[in-house]
Design a protein around this ligand. Structure first.
Ligand code: DAH
Length: 370
């Protein structure tokens, strides 16, 4: 509906647009049209007094009418916006409520342990290798200098496969490997020294499941072979590892041991990570925790891969990340590492959070460090 004045008609499209304005645009438009200082209609009203009497009447009336139309359009829109807001709220959508945090998962403690161990050795220049979980008797035992039928193999009872080995694989029946040590053989066959390599993987034993045994668990093997390598290198490297992995103040000790593929052989203990040496249930009162077996690579093993023991020497170790995860996080029962209890995994699966698992009685409480 025309006002009869072109300058006032120019406002009509804005009048028609008012029912479509959102809350913010509405406020701005209200001020732009009717604002007391800068409103466009307010400004037009101020010019009325300057007009000749005749025109003043007609123009003033048209302007007042237009202002009235704007006012009722604004009032209608205010009511509509208020109604929309009420409908949103009663639909249960409260836009002011804080968002719900999503649980993003945690790294499994064993995965973390494996990654950290491998990273420490990588920094020292070790490469990473893997080998097959189905091995031949030759790789798993004979090449590693286990004499046939030696009692040492009793600890390595495993599952044998019916299938015959591939024609180009040396020796004996197929089995699930009982340790990662056969990967040492494959690595030494693949390339001449110098060799510095760590070999993570799963291994299998005919063990019943209990709080400290699993029939399938992880190991990380280590091997260094070169000219002039001695037991000093072994001790220095493994001590460095213990200080990086546990803490710089962690004490270690080496005890004589026996493995067919190393001579001399040792087991390495670190100070108990829970009681720090004073003795607690986790370390059976000894103050020490065994973390790995190690030794100088046996001459017979070097000969089995056609390396000259007069020229080359080497050292090796094998450790179990499942076990080490128990020691490090003070977990009572190895079976917890296989369960899907999210409270447990969340508590030990990332740094600096043990409260949850402690509260569940799943871990042994660490004693404060003296
Ligand atoms: N293979 C051994 C086991 O599973 C662990 C081991 C001990 C590996 C001494 C080594 C080593 O490389 O030198 O019981």
């Amino acid at each position: 509906m025309s006002t009869g004045f072109p300058d006032l008609d120019a406002f009509l499209p804005r009048l028609e647009a008012i029912p479509t304005l959102g809350a913010d645009a509405f406020e701005a438009e209200h001020t732009a049209i009717l604002g007391r200082k800068s409103g466009a209609l307010t400004a037009a009203l101020k010019t009325v007094a300057t007009l000749p009497v005749e025109e003043r009447k007609r123009y003033g009336a048209a302007l007042n009418q237009l202002k009235g139309r704007f006012e009722s359009a604004f009032a209608a829109r205010t009511a509509a916006l208020e109604e929309e807001r009420r409908r949103r709220e009663s639909a249960g959508v409260d836009l002011t409520m804080p968002g719900r945090r999503r649980w993003t998962g945690a790294e499994h403690p064993v995965t973390r342990v494996v990654d950290e161990i491998v990273d420490i050795f990588r920094e020292l220049g070790f490469a990473v290798a893997t080998g097959p979980e189905v091995e031949t008797e030759w790789y798993n035992f004979l090449a590693l200098n286990f004499p046939a039928d030696h009692p040492a193999m009793d600890m390595h009872d495993t599952l044998y496969l019916d299938a015959p080995p591939a024609a180009d694989e040396p020796g004996g029946k197929l089995l699930l490997r009982t340790h990662t040590s056969p990967v040492q053989i494959r690595v030494m066959q693949a390339a001449p020294p110098p060799v510095r390599v760590v070999m993570p993987g799963m291994v299998y034993r005919n063990d019943a499941i209990d709080a400290s045994h699993l029939p399938a668990f992880s190991q990380i093997e280590g091997l260094a072979v070169d000219e002039g390598i001695s037991f000093v290198d072994l001790k220095a490297t493994l001590n460095h590892f213990a200080h990086r992995f546990f803490s710089p103040a962690t004490t270690t000790r080496f005890r004589p041991s026996f493995f067919p593929f190393t001579e001399p052989s040792a087991e390495m203990d670190v100070e108990c990570q829970l009681c720090h040496g004073s003795g607690c249930p986790a370390c059976k009162g000894t103050g020490w925790m065994e973390i790995l077996g190690c030794g100088m690579v046996h001459e017979a093993v070097l000969e089995n891969v056609n390396l000259d023991p007069e020229r080359y020497t080497g050292w090796a170790f094998g450790m179990g990340p499942h076990r080490i995860a128990l020691l490090r996080y003070g977990v009572r029962d190895i079976r917890l590492l296989l369960g899907g209890d999210m409270r447990f995994l969340e508590a030990v699966g990332r740094p600096g959070r043990t409260g949850g698992a402690d509260a569940l009685g799943m871990t042994l409480s660490p004693e404060p460090r003296p």
